[in-house]
Design a protein around this ligand. Structure first.
Ligand code: HEC
Length: 125
């Protein structure tokens, strides 16, 4: 017996999985970028400045508290907080993930990108 509603459900969840952020970008980061250290690490000023930049540029998609909104995932996830290095995040901010709706921030001055990364990493999982 064919159960159309069940088939529809399976189909819809498969599409949902495809659409959800899946971290494939991490595999594209070159080794040198992956290992790149944050020059502002350990500077409390960088976290505060990064928080202001986050509110200005990122909150509209990722949410005021980085909890995620719609297609833009939470930035408090294990992927962002533990799996990704600061170098990985830097690479993503420079390049974006345009096909999946994440803009590039290559126009920001480099210290501002590192400030945003300092802020993100200060959030914890
Ligand atoms: C126009 C909406 C939009 C804006 C603005 C935006 N993002 Fe995103 N971002 C996205 C989307 C959508 C994704 C998911 C991409 C995917 O499917 O992999 C994403 C993914 C990410 C990821 C990877 C998360 C993961 O789990 O793989 C990080 C980190 C990130 N964004 C940080 C930022 C930061 C920092 C800013 C501000 C400088 C920002 N984003 C601004 C839409 C946005």
């Amino acid at each position: 017996m064919i159960r159309p509603r069940l088939i529809l459900l399976v189909f819809a969840s498969a599409i949902g999985l495809l659409a959800a952020a899946n971290g494939t970008w991490l595999k594209e980061v070159p080794a040198r970028e992956h290992a790149r250290p944050n020059p502002l690490r350990g500077q409390p000023d960088a976290v505060a400045a990064g928080g202001r930049l986050y509110a200005e540029h990122c909150a509209k998609c990722h949410g005021k508290n980085a909890q995620g909104l719609g297609k833009a995932p939470s930035l408090r996830s294990l992927r962002v907080q533990q799996q990704a290095t600061e170098g990985d995040l830097h690479w993503l901010l420079v390049n974006g993930n345009l096909r999946r709706g994440m803009p590039s921030w290559s126009k920001l001055p480099d210290p501002e990108r590192w400030q945003i990364i300092s802020y993100l990493k200060s959030l914890g999982p």
